[in-house]
Ligand binder design. Structure first.
Ligand code: PMP
Length: 385
């Protein structure tokens, strides 16, 4: 007889071709598989093969030709994306941008007269707090919401503010909340690419952090970079990486370089056109569903002039930041969960559970399932009226 195959949980039938709408729509993680079809189209030019005897030595920063070439390609990608000024600045590689977040806190909190308060305006990406608490260090401490700092006087306190722009979870461009001689700022620009946001001007800050996870979608390669103006800060971030990691994997650098080469092929704009079209199409479909809802609302992201597209463009964020408007829906995540949708609760971003983040970054199947379940949920409102 025919072999009996097991279908993926979302499909049934002898050919696994019958879609089961009982399957949960998992919109929890920020896994950027929306770019997978782009890389399928560029399968051979982006491939990397490494012989067993190749590149066996330790990877000390700046000492390999790969690192120099990769540094150079990163600068070129920023020039094309028009999203950051790299001239006269240093680049530090990290094991994902995750590692660089704490490397930056470490470097900026050295040699201070008193410990620095690390803050981020809410709703905020949770890892800043988790890491700062986890790597307990006498030079710094996580203090919470940057907006609350503004009210207290920090004239005598050292402050390190994380500014996530565009913000995770809500996709809005942000400025620093804290200002003054004792304030240092780390700009987390993971999503500052034409994929997810208008680029009003190239960013030109002292410490800016980017990641390949959200540029090419290769989150599993663990590669990020920081663009740093001050040489001392650069040296201390580099020191952090050496102590924690003895350099960033050469295979990772090799893969990142090959991906950057593919990104830069031709006029270097293809990936941005592809990603923007995909994300803005997703946002359009999602907004359409929510437009007929009174129970749920979506964040607003104003249209803005984009330096990359040289025109005003609408939103294409990586996440939907959903609010349950009804009094009784105080736990919005549970409301969505009952409709078979898995999101991430507001509390994780240090705000109320009236909010839920839904990832729009995943593959087409996951996104279609999400649309399917959301539409059913919103259609129920009409029935209830
Ligand atoms: N910053 C922000 C705002 C993020 O959303 C993420 C990933 N979700 C990261 C940093 C970390 O990314 P990675 O370590 O993969 O570079």
């Amino acid at each position: 007889g025919n072999p009996v195959c097991e279908c993926n949980t979302c499909y049934a039938g002898s050919h696994c071709s019958i879609f089961s709408s009982d399957c949960a729509a998992d919109a929890d993680s920020g896994d950027p598989l929306f770019l997978e079809p782009f890389w399928m189209q560029h399968a051979s030019s982006s491939a990397v093969v490494v012989a067993g005897w190749h590149r066996m030595s330790y990877s000390f920063p700046d000492q390999t030709s790969i690192s120099r070439e990769l540094d150079n390609h990163i600068r070129r990608v920023h020039t094309i994306a028009t999203n950051a000024i790299t001239d006269g600045k240093y680049i530090v590689f990290g094991g994902g941008s995750t590692q660089l977040l704490n490397a930056a806190v470490y470097a900026l909190s050295m040699n201070l007269s008193s410990p620095a308060s690390v803050v981020a305006a809410v709703p905020s990406y949770p890892l800043y707090e988790t890491q700062t608490d986890f790597f307990q260090n006498k030079n710094y401490e996580f203090e919470g919401d940057a907006s609350l700092m503004m009210n207290s006087s920090y004239a005598n306190t050292n402050v390190i503010e994380f500014v996530t722009s565009p913000n995770n979870p809500d996709g809005n461009l942000r400025e620093a909340v804290c200002q003054g001689p004792n304030v240092k700022t780390i700009y987390d620009h993971a999503y500052y690419w034409p994929h997810f946001s208008a680029i009003p001007a190239p960013a030109d800050e002292d410490v800016m952090i980017f990641t390949i996870s959200k540029l090419t979608g290769h989150a599993g390669s663990r590669f990020g970079w920081a663009i740093v103006k001050d040489k001392e800060v650069y040296r201390n971030m580099q020191l952090y990486i050496s102590v924690a990691e003895m350099g960033i994997s050469r295979e990772t650098q090799l893969r990142a370089l090959q991906l950057m080469k593919t990104v830069l092929h031709g006029n270097g704009k293809e990936i941005f056109d592809y990603a923007f079209n995909k994300m803005s199409d997703r946002w359009g479909k999602l907004s359409q569903i929510f437009s007929s809802s009174e129970r749920f609302s979506l964040q607003e992201i104003p249209p803005l002039f984009c330096n990359f597209f040289e025109k005003v463009r609408g939103p294409s964020p990586g996440y939907a930041w959903v609010k349950c408007e009804k009094e009784e829906d105080a736990n919005c995540n549970e409301v969505l969960r009952a409709a078979n949708i898995i999101g991430r609760a507001g509390k994780k971003f240090s705000v109320s559970d009236r909010y839920v983040r839904l990832s729009l970054l995943k593959g087409d199947d996951d996104f279609d399932l999400l649309l399917n379940h959301l539409k059913k949920l919103v259609d129920q409102e009409d029935g209830a009226k």
